[in-house]
Design a protein around this ligand. Structure first.
Ligand code: HAM
Length: 423
């Protein structure tokens, strides 16, 4: 007879387990703190939306056209798992009309049916912010600087901030025409997969990582030559503001990014510690037409998304922000049936001491082994003798020194022992 089926996480997805998950949690906590200090509040959106929410913002992109997880629910609604975080936030803005500027952050999954490889998954996770309702170039500066400082604060050094402006819709339309004409003239030289994009989505061609296409796009017209005076003014103020804050950047006139909604400032933070095809740790930009596209009044906005998995890969490569020590401080060993361990772990935890224990009434030897494996600094041992005399044996797991203490003094004694030699 066949055994039970064996299931694995779907292709392109992964489980995040301890101790790695400790690092994951502390990354999110750091981001929450940084965003909170800058006045951003947490937003939690549904993981799925009406498919049109995404179609409206990215009709011309692979992310929406080819990679979206779309489905019909039992009520016949067409829904999609969120491929990214901006459209749901903007949809929520239009629905709830909060006062502006509306500044929010999120930590949420994104789903894209991509070819999985290191740093590219079908479910990934982003840390992001969106600031909606102000066209002030200082908002651009705040948002870009927040992303940059957050990554720098993790100890990442092999990073570069690329900056570009897509201009206003006017600048962009003039540029798209120019680019299309250029690419039509060189179509035969492009990688075959990119040729079909020339007529409808010429900007997507600039995104291509294929060598043949890159050779052509190196010579393509630049958006920077098509900016209107007001778009140029906005972009100059963003650059000056970043320089004032000491945020280093490089201008990259061919940075178009994979989504359609960008206007004015766009940026990407890349890591040279990762493979070139997946070297973007994060990116974002302005999307001054997006609120309107989703049915709201004309309202500017800007934000970014940072990929958690990629940031952690880059941290691994640079040996920084290493796996946190998720050890407990105290381990309770009880060979009298378990009731003493139950009471002691409870008391210690209530007093703020990280404490754990074994279960299943195992032998002294097995429990000692578990205590050693746990990484705890002290063990509290309750045997028949201790139970009878209302005492506990306190053992330093590093030095193996041990002494008898009164049951009533456990919390104070453990605290004193932990204070003696901070980790
Ligand atoms: P994005 O550049 O598509 O932008 O994604 C942001 C970041 O998410 C990427 O730089 C990358 O680190 C990570 N990422 C994206 N797709 C994957 C994947 N398949 N596997 C692993 N990591 C991935 C956006 O999504 C925009 N919503 C950012 C934004 C916010 N723009 C304005 N506001």
């Amino acid at each position: 007879m066949a055994g039970p089926p064996s299931y694995k996480a779907p292709t392109g997805t992964h489980d995040v387990l301890p101790p790695q998950s400790g690092r994951w949690a502390s990354l999110i906590a750091r981001f929450a703190a940084a965003a909170g200090r800058a006045g951003y509040g947490l937003v939690v959106n549904p993981v799925f939306e009406d498919v049109e929410v995404f179609r409206r913002v990215g009709e011309g992109t692979d992310i929406v056209r080819k990679e979206m997880y779309e489905f019909e629910d039992k009520g016949g609604r067409r829904l999609a798992l969120r491929p990214e975080g901006t459209a749901p936030v903007v949809r929520a803005f239009v629905q709830h009309r909060p006062p502006v500027p509306w500044k929010v952050w999120y930590a949420a999954p994104g789903f894209r049916y991509e070819r999985p490889q290191a740093g590219r998954y079908r479910q990934h996770h982003q840390l992001g912010v969106e600031a909606i309702g102000s066209a002030d170039p200082d908002v651009d500066v705040e948002v870009v600087a927040l992303a940059w400082r957050f990554l720098a604060g993790l100890g990442l050094q092999r990073t570069i901030l690329l900056l570009n402006s897509m201009g206003d819709p006017e600048s962009r339309a003039a540029y798209v025409e120019d680019l299309r004409a250029f690419l039509r003239g060189r179509r035969a030289e492009l990688a075959p997969e990119d040729r079909e994009k020339v007529d409808d989505h010429p900007m997507r061609v600039l995104d291509s990582k294929r060598a043949a296409t890159r050779a052509v796009t190196r010579e393509a017209p630049r958006i920077s030559d098509h900016l209107t005076p007001s778009a140029t003014g906005h972009f100059s103020r963003v650059q000056a503001g970043l320089s004032d804050l000491g945020v280093p950047f490089a201008l990259e006139p061919r940075l178009v990014r994979g989504l359609d909604y960008y206007t004015h400032t766009t940026f990407e933070i890349q890591s040279s510690a990762l493979d070139a095809a997946q070297n973007a740790l994060g990116g974002g930009g302005r999307y001054d037409g997006l609120v309107e596209a989703l049915g709201g009044p004309p309202t500017p906005g800007i934000g970014f998304g940072i990929g958690i998995e990629r940031v952690l890969l880059a941290c691994d490569a640079e040996a920084t922000f290493t796996v946190g020590d998720a050890r407990v401080d105290a381990w309770v060993i009880d060979v009298t049936g378990g009731a003493a361990a139950r009471a002691l772990t409870h008391e210690l935890r209530e007093a703020g001491v990280a404490a754990d224990r074994g279960f299943d009434d195992r032998s002294m030897k097995a429990q000692m082994k578990a205590a050693g494996r746990s990484g705890a600094r002290v063990a509290l041992i309750v045997g028949e003798q201790e139970a009878a005399s209302s005492t506990v044996t306190l053992r330093d797991l590093a030095t193996s020194e041990q002494r008898t203490i009164a049951r009533a003094d456990v919390v104070a004694e453990v605290r004193a022992a932990l204070d003696k030699e901070p980790r």
